[in-house]
Ligand binder design. Structure first.
Ligand SMILES: Cc1cc2nc3c(=O)[nH]c(=O)nc-3n(C[C@H](O)[C@H](O)[C@H](O)COP(=O)(O)O)c2cc1C
Ligand code: SF4
Ligand code: SF4
Length: 341
């Protein structure tokens, strides 16, 4: 029998990792006859406060982006109301990796701490904190982990979530040891978090492009959680509002979405070296100017990709052309869009 009467889980998930955690939490809640309500942050669903009576546990599950919760989640958390008699927990999924047989954990930065402090200020009791190292989904930067590794990581995460639920649902506090272990690194990452939230994420939004294999099926446009893709001239165009959740890149049936992030890094490096040699200006200012230049550069690239030859060259020099894609095991597009949960 659970200590709580109601469970509300609000979640955002680009590629299904955080949604898997939500499903595991729901399975545990069902076993304990907890009345559960799921709120999709992507669909801007909110809790019906009037329907909640009695002891309530409110949970938030989301990925880590740039060492903090994604912008869409930050806005949701900020506006989330106080519920009478409610406690809260936070579960941020992170990008885990495997090097040979060694599991490499992700890094939370402030993805836990910011949420915890915000909800303490709102008057909630904090009942759980879990950074969960799922198989990473950052396909625009790194190749996916192999299937055996993904299954191993997923099984282990399921076990950890079950443990968390056992403890929290009985009214005890569950704070996973790794939130303390990485605390000094998490705090040291604060300047990078600011750079990401106020600049880097807009540049990242411009790293994706549709290669010549795209048949304008519009699946990416229809399934973007923040409507950041528009079809221009029969090809997807990424708006600055993209959350870099990686869903479009991983669901494209033609595997046509590529990233030019490695070339972007190389161009930045070359422009920095050239700029510093030619002009005697501050390196930070130069970096800022070069970052701003990416928006007109992206626009030029987008239009020049209409030329098949340019597109083919661009596609075959993209590292992402070489590797596979990732959606969490057992999760489908329907689940992500909550058509069938
Ligand atoms: C743009 C972007 C930024 C990321 N930043 C981090 C990070 O700072 N730390 C980390 O551990 N994982 C990071 N990741 C990995 C994701 O947090 C991880 O894959 C997560 O489980 C994805 O969850 P989802 O499938 O629910 O979207 C990042 C992924 C992306 C796409
Ligand atoms: S999902 Fe792929 S093929 Fe379909 S429109 Fe998007 S990029 Fe093109
Ligand atoms: S454009 Fe793609 S990566 Fe960006 S938010 Fe939409 S689905 Fe996610």
């Amino acid at each position: 029998m659970s200590y709580y009467e109601n469970l509300v889980v609000c979640y955002f998930s680009g590629t299904g990792n955080s949604l898997s955690a939500v499903n595991w939490i729901k399975e545990n809640a069902d076993k304990q006859n907890l009345k559960t309500q799921l709120c999709s942050i992507e669909k801007k669903e909110t809790t019906d406060l009037s329907a909640i009576n009695g002891k309530t546990l409110v949970g938030f599950c989301y990925p880590t982006h740039g060492f903090i919760a994604p912008w869409i989640v930050l806005k949701y958390l900020w506006k989330f109301p106080k519920i009478k008699n409610a406690d809260a927990f936070f579960l941020n999924t992170r990008g885990g990796a495997i090097l040979y047989k060694l599991s490499i954990p992700g890094l939370s930065g402030l993805a836990q701490w910011f949420s915890i402090f915000l909800f303490l200020l709102k008057g909630y009791g904090i009942k759980g904190s879990l950074p969960l190292d799922m198989a990473h989904s950052w396909i625009s930067f790194f190749p996916p982990i192999n299937k055996a590794g993904i299954n191993r990581i997923t099984k282990n995460c399921n076990r950890i979530v079950n443990k968390m639920c056992d403890k929290m649902f009985s009214g005890k506090i569950y704070l996973r040891y790794n939130i303390w272990l990485s605390l000094p690194i998490d705090i040291a990452l604060t300047p990078i978090i600011f750079l990401y939230v106020f600049g880097g994420r807009f540049v990242l939004a411009k790293t994706l492009f549709a290669s010549y294999g795209c048949n304008t099926c519009r699946l990416c446009e229809e399934n973007c959680p923040v409507q950041a893709i528009v079809i221009k001239d029969n090809r997807p165009y990424w708006k600055i509002t993209c959350e870099s959740c990686m869903r479009c890149m991983n669901i494209c049936p033609k595997k046509s979405i590529q990233s030019w992030v490695t070339r972007m890094a190389l161009i930045t490096y070359l422009l920095m070296v050239l700029g510093l040699a030619l002009f005697k200006i501050d390196a930070n200012l130069l970096f800022f100017i070069i970052s701003c230049l990416f928006f007109p550069i992206y626009w030029i690239i987008f239009w020049s990709l209409r030329i098949k030859f340019v597109n083919i060259i661009f596609t075959f020099t993209s590292l992402t052309k070489l590797w596979g894609r990732y959606i969490a095991p057992g999760i489908t597009l329907k689940n992500l869009k909550r058509k069938n949960l």
